[in-house]
Design a protein around this ligand. Structure first.
Ligand SMILES: [Ca+2]
Length: 468
């Protein structure tokens, strides 16, 4: 009798807690996609109906931040849960190898490779039984540090290069002033006129099917090159935007607009595929970008604008670090919700580890599990500040660190140790520097920033002896 009662209790608890099915994870990371580049984020030119539609079914973040204003550091941080400064990866790989020597400061040294000792999200998920694939851009080190060494069993296109030489098949040719031969490895022959964003999507659908057939959960990291330079798009789409270019708009580049629309088509194809395969109900689907929109290449035409946010890629003003972030997690994220909570892409690491019920490695401590905000977009995370460290040059900046709370932002420029202070609550576009008016606040935040830099071992730029 007692034994029967015990067994029925066991059965009852089993009913109350259905067995856990790990969710699939599809992470679409666009390259250089700016804060206002999508329709649902206010673009006045780019048409992104498919992303807008999934956004209406998902949770959209209005204040998502990339942990760095350029490619590699954000990618390293997203995959490890560690701040770029803690990793010692604060500039893209090629930039780490060829620092400028003609500036007032010598930039801080930066690691060109993501160390094998770091545990990536792919390794954590693989350990938890996931199939894993990187399709597209890797940019985290030389051939000895490709995705295969960091937990990705499939690597299609991932190399040490930050951009393809061309978006058109066969995706090979000389790149940059050095005329270095580049190509996209891992692709079987294609057809003339084939476009890289489309092709990577086709590969992604194929990989989804191969993984699905194993009846195991999968992690697909679809890291599109779009809309990074070279600014090349499908002619019919370019013609469409050239014909409709309105006057007086913020976004003015027809080719770039067409690149963004191709990205939108990719998202639509992946979502349709997941739905047709019946995978959408148990897939966490994420769309985001690795840094703010790229304003201009040299004296070339404007590429994009992050207005009303200030500046763009490379800068620690909001235009350089604010990114789109849409998360669809059926049964968790509310439909059509917007969260204004500041979050950083480093948060995706603990969030996705927790979602998979896979233990995060010790030391991956710079992000927060976003689950409270995913469930309730009005929730606030227990976080004092988000930090940024870019001790390098870029056309939009000199070496700089920053600290951002919900309402305040302090930037410290290393050339002259000048600080700038903005009240983001009242001045979201960083127009009025309050450092002189509110020195106590500036000093307090500066002290916090210095303490944080010390705590993560942030490397600093040094005076250039050749430039007194
Ligand atoms: Ca980028």
């Amino acid at each position: 009798m007692q034994r029967r009662h015990f067994l029925s209790l066991l059965a009852g608890s089993a009913l109350a807690q259905p067995s856990f099915t790990p969710p699939n994870i599809v992470l679409i990371l666009a390259d250089d996609l700016g804060a206002t580049d999508l329709g649902c984020y206010g673009s006045d030119l780019h048409e992104t109906p498919r992303i807008d539609r999934i956004s209406r079914q998902s949770l959209r973040f209005s204040h998502a931040l990339s942990p760095a204003p350029v490619c590699s550091p954000t990618r390293a941080s997203l995959l490890t849960g560690k701040h770029p400064a803690r990793l010692g990866i604060t500039i893209w790989s090629e930039g780490a190898l060829t620092p400028p020597t003609n500036q007032p400061l010598l930039p801080a040294t930066s690691e060109p490779n993501l160390a094998h000792a770091e545990t990536t999200l792919a390794e954590v998920l693989q350990q938890a039984g996931y199939s894993t694939a990187l399709i597209g851009k890797w940019h985290l080190g030389d051939a000895g540090h490709y995705p295969e060494t960091q937990g990705f069993e499939v690597n299609i296109g991932g190399t040490h290069w930050g951009a393809p030489p061309t978006y058109f098949y066969p995706y090979s040719g000389p790149f940059g002033s050095q005329k270095e031969l580049r190509y996209v490895p891992g692709l079987a022959p294609g057809a003339e006129g084939e476009y890289l964003t489309d092709r990577l999507t086709t590969e992604a659908l194929r990989v989804i099917d191969a993984f699905h057939a194993r009846q195991k959960p999968f992690f697909l990291y679809l890291a599109h090159h779009a809309p990074h330079t070279p600014i090349e798009a499908k002619p019919a789409l370019v013609a469409k935007y050239e014909a409709k270019l309105p006057k007086g708009v913020n976004h003015t580049n027809a080719k770039y607009a067409a690149m963004v629309e191709s990205l939108d088509q990719s998202v639509g194809r992946v979502l349709d595929h997941l739905r047709i395969r019946g995978l959408d109900r148990n897939t966490i689907f994420i769309i985001t970008s690795d840094n703010g929109g790229y304003l201009q290449s040299g004296n070339g035409p404007r590429i994009t604008s992050n207005a009303p946010l200030r500046s763009g890629k490379g800068s620690l003003y909001e235009g350089g670090i604010r990114v789109p972030l849409i998360i669809n997690w059926p049964g968790v994220t509310p439909v059509g919700a917007v969260s204004a909570e500041p979050v950083v892409l480093t948060d995706l690491f603990p969030t996705l580890c927790a979602a998979a019920k896979a233990p995060a490695p010790a030391g991956a401590t710079d992000g927060l599990d976003l689950l409270p905000v995913l469930r309730n977009p009005a929730a606030r995370l227990a976080r004092e500040a988000i930090h940024f460290h870019y001790p390098h040059y870029y056309p939009t900046t000199t070496p700089v660190s920053a600290l951002r709370t919900r309402d305040w932002k302090l930037l410290e420029y290393f050339e002259d140790n000048r600080v700038e202070l903005y009240n983001l609550a009242q001045d979201p576009h960083e127009k009025t520097d309050l450092a002189a008016k509110n020195p106590a606040k500036a000093q307090a935040l500066r002290d916090q920033l210095h303490a944080w830099r010390q705590s993560v071992g942030a490397r600093l730029p040094t005076p250039n002896p050749k430039k007194p």
